[in-house]
Structure formats: C-alpha cells, structure tokens
Design a protein around this ligand. Structure first.
Ligand SMILES: CC(C)(COP(=O)(O)OP(=O)(O)OC[C@H]1O[C@@H](n2cnc3c(N)ncnc32)[C@H](O)[C@@H]1OP(=O)(O)O)[C@@H](O)C(=O)NCCC(=O)NCCS
Length: 176
C-alpha cells in the first residue's frame, strides 16, 4: 500500500487520553536510534504539554489498526511565537500555528507520508503562518521542510538539554 492509501485521522485535545500512548509508541519507534538522548526520553512530558492545550490539533496515519506516523501542533501564543525575535519588522499578519512534532516509523518512510501528514494538519487552518523547530544537525530534515515551503529564519535552543534548533517559517496555506 502507498502512503496515499493510509487512513489519516484528525484528533483534538479531547482525544488525548485515547491517543497519548499511540503518540508515545510511534515516537519511540521513529526515534529508536536516538532514545539514549535524555531530551527524546522526555517526549511524554511534551505530549501532555501540547495535548493539554485546548486548541491542540493532531493527525495520525493508520495502516489498518497500526499507527505509523503522526503530526501535531497548536496555535502559537501571540507575541511569543518562535519566529518573533528574528523578524524585524514582524509580518503584518502574524497569526501563527506552532508545528510541534512530526514522526513516521521507519517502515513507512520515503513514501510521502510525512508530507501528507503535514499538509493534512495545516489544511484549512485560520493561521497565516506556520513555525517549527528542527535540529540544526539534521540538514536533510530541514531540506524536507524547505521543499514544502518553510525557510529558516533563525536558531534557538529552548531548553538547556535540547538540540540547537533551526527556526523555520512558512506562509499558510502551504504552496502546492
Ligand atoms: C522526519 C520524517 C518524518 C521524514 O519522513 P520522510 O518524509 O519519509 O523522509 P525520510 O525519512 O526519507 O527523511 C528525509 C531525510 O531526512 C533524514 N532524517 C530523517 N530523520 C532524521 C533524523 N532524526 N536525524 C537525521 N536525519 C534524519 C533522512 O535520513 C532522509 O535523508 P536522505 O534524504 O538523505 O535519505 C522521518 O524521517 C522521521 O520520523 N524521522 C525521525 C523523527 C524526526 O526527526 N522528526 C522531525 C522532527 S523536526
């Protein structure tokens, strides 16, 4: 089956109890070779943090009953968007979606699923901008986001134990 044949479903804050473990399991599989990193081990905290936002939005791809990838985020807090300190002047229209996490299990990579999840998550949103953070040591992932319309606007390290991230910004809707 191709990624186009997978069932991609939307979830919200109210669904967190139902999807929490699924997100943790897919993340553990997607980051299996990087789970010795303490930052990655704190993922369940991030799931609760983001999922606890009443405006949390998540998409999960299913192959039958098995979750094989997900993407999630939530509206950014006005004035505290990740791009804010790097753009002067700020964009005139600045309502921003913070794209927090994307993961696809190894068996489903290189088939366009990450793009489908990203586009499904962003489709029909009210925000005019989307911002994300990507590890500066993962230039191939950064290139993937560039291919969907994101551009790097700065670098930040939000936590002492987190990687140094590239801050990437795109206008919504994403260019097709
Ligand atoms: C990022 C991801 C969803 C992309 O899936 P995809 O569209 O099927 O694309 P690929 O898996 O082929 O990844 C694209 C490129 O990024 C590289 N890459 C992906 N994840 C990476 C990671 N965690 N660290 C370093 N490089 C990574 C791949 O090796 C690939 O490089 P290549 O083009 O030279 O072969 C998937 O690779 C994944 O789940 N990775 C682990 C989690 C992750 O890094 N998420 C992104 C957080 S910003």
């Amino acid at each position: 089956m191709s990624a186009a044949g997978l069932d991609v479903r939307h979830f919200t804050h109210a669904d967190l109890p139902e999807i929490r473990q699924t997100l943790i399991d897919v993340h553990a599989d997607a980051y299996a070779n990087a789970m010795d990193d303490e930052f990655n081990q704190r993922f369940s905290w991030f799931v609760d943090h983001w999922g606890g936002n009443p405006e949390f939005s998540c998409v999960i791809a299913f192959d039958g009953d098995k979750a094989v990838g997900f993407a999630y985020g939530a509206p950014a807090s006005p004035g505290r968007e990740w791009w804010r300190e790097y753009l002067d002047p700020a964009p005139e229209k600045d309502l921003t979606f913070a794209y927090s996490e994307l993961a696809v299990i190894p068996e489903w990579r290189k088939q366009g699923l990450a793009e489908r999840l990203t586009r499904t998550l962003m489709a029909g949103r009210d925000e005019v901008l989307a911002v994300l953070l990507v590890d500066t040591e993962h230039p191939r992932v950064q290139a993937l986001y560039e291919s969907w319309g994101f551009r790097k606007v700065g670098e930040r390290q939000p936590f002492p134990d987190s990687p140094l991230f590239a801050v990437m910004l795109a206008e919504l809707p994403l260019p097709s």
